[in-house]
Design a protein around this ligand. Sequence first.
Ligand code: PHE
Length: 347
Amino acid sequence: MNDLDPLIQEAGAAFDAAPTPAELENAKARFLGKSGQLTEAMKGLAKLDVEQKKARGALINQAKQRVEALLQARREALAAGELQAQLRAEALDVTLPGRKRGVGGLHPVSRTMERIEAIFASMGFDVADGPEIETDWYSFTALNNPENHPARSMQDTFYVDVKDAEGRWLNLRPHTSPMQVRYAQAHAQRHAAVEPMPEVRVIAPGRTYRVDSDATHSPMFHQCEGLWIGENVSFKDLKAVFSDFLRQFFETDELQVRFRPSFFPFTEPSAEIDIAFASGPLKGRWLEVAGSGQVHPNVVRNFGLDPERHIGFAFGMGPDRLAMLRYGVNDLRLFFDGDLRFLSQFK
Ligand code: PHE
């Protein structure tokens, strides 16, 4: 026991009380710093004679070594504590299942489109793609739907803030019917020198847009247009082709198909196509799946063909509606919400 022991104890207590490395270094300064208590004690040696200096100096050095040892011990304890805290914070629960790379799948509407394309391809139909931003002429005028005609309001349309060469606003196509005109025009030009002209037989699936939104309408939806033009293609062919398609699509011969008189500017006569299932939850209910009709002579003329010679039918169906019926989905919006819990059921 000497007079420096309390100082050592005090230093040890101060070091132990320092909760962080920064505070520990502050505590160190009080004992070992430039004007720390031990440093001051050393300065006091100057006043002593040689013998006393030796003895006192040795004592102070011992005390200094003990304080340094206490400091080092506390430093290590704090560092170990930090490491433990870090390890705890970063702890991994190795019993949790790992993150798998999910297997993707086709969207139910894409699957439906592919199914439609495959069935029509088996009947000799080409599949065509076209622009979603259309001119006024292709979306309406060419389809015998003149400017300011009330039939245009059947399709509440999105317009784009850009005008075409004729000074009319471009639109997001409200139906796939512009593709009838684009495809038939190109076909007529390509085969202008061929006699007789090969038949036009095409479907045009794709995205379409209208200002509509509820459980069965989305502002972006899908349509699939169909067109068959030849020299002798009549309404009975429309009935046969579309009924056959529907029975293949729904994989049942018991499906009832009804052609209900309707109006479209680009077809005459026109019909809505309804179906009714013979069994299942929708049994016996008439459901509308497409619009159709014999292509209007004015439209055939806009194809660049002679309506006295080239006749045929067109239809436009809603693949979203068909997907809902096939998969038993009752809200169209589910298809476009992008919720994987819904979509992964179709993998
Ligand atoms: N384009 C029509 C619509 O969107 C559907 C249709 C296509 C009707 C072809 C007749 C012929 O409502």
